[in-house]
Design a protein. Structure first.
Length: 246
């Protein structure tokens, strides 16, 4: 009996084995009409839910982040994001898991793009399948926002100087969280999000995330220490950050 994941892999491989974009689209259309790919995804996701609670929860969180982020996360970014615990005052490095474990718990529905070291869903059709089933995740954007804002309040992040010329590798989630938490909050604003946001805004001009937002950094392809005329943070207050990424 062919496993559900193997069926997904075979279908994806069949699509990618076609030479031209037209042939790939035709193959995908044939599979979609037959319902084979959708059924395989559904079966794999059901199997994930049936895993032991800790593995099932982690697998679901991996898929949630991979399918709802504003841009693909780098490996360290995802590992740190999943290591954030609500109510904690700093990151416990013992809570960080290897990317291999994250992929295994997601039943390999996510993969690492070797050329960029980013994590993505195994295929675009999985994104479509999840989008067509919006109730699969409960309040994903508020969960991502709360993780980002909790991370901002960690001691080792608050201790970072807003005038630093680079973000240290010990705080890899800072750039993504700074640049995109507002976008997630607009789609998942809860009382928990509001409480954490107000805590961040208390002395926001002294927080390193304010400098990142001000400079409009959106990826590591734009070096954090690039020269810009926006060096002075005086006058840049919390309300500005809500509009900075619009």
């Amino acid at each position: 009996m062919v496993s559900s994941f193997l069926l997904v892999s075979l279908n994806v491989d069949a699509i990618l084995s076609e030479i031209t974009p037209h042939q790939r689209k035709k193959k995908l259309h044939e599979m979609a009409n037959g319902g084979v790919l959708g059924h395989a995804y559904a079966a794999t996701l059901s199997r994930m839910k049936a895993e032991p609670e800790s593995r099932s929860k982690l697998g679901m969180e991996v898929l949630m982040w991979a399918s709802h982020v504003e841009r693909p996360l780098y490996i360290d970014e995802l590992c740190y994001a999943l290591g954030v615990e609500a109510g904690s005052i700093d990151l416990n490095t013992r809570n960080l898991l290897a990317i291999k474990t994250l992929i295994q718990c997601s039943l390999r529905l996510v993969t690492v793009e070797k050329s960029s070291s980013t994590v993505r869903l195994v295929h675009q059709t999985l994104q479509e399948h999840l989008s067509n089933n919006p109730n699969f995740f409960i309040k994903p954007h508020s969960m991502i926002t709360e993780a980002c804002l909790t991370y901002f309040d960690f001691l080792h992040v608050r201790d970072l100087s807003p005038t630093a010329r680079s973000v240290p590798p010990t705080a890899p989630l800072v750039e993504y969280a700074s640049s995109h938490w507002g976008s997630h909050a607009r789609r998942g604003n809860t009382e928990g999000v509001k409480t954490l946001a107000l805590k961040l805004f208390d002395g926001y001009d002294k927080h390193i995330s304010s400098k990142i937002v001000l400079r409009g950094v959106s990826s590591w392809s734009q070096p954090f220490d690039q020269e810009t005329p926006l060096e002075d943070l005086r006058g840049f207050t919390a309300p500005h950050s809500s509009d900075a990424k619009r």
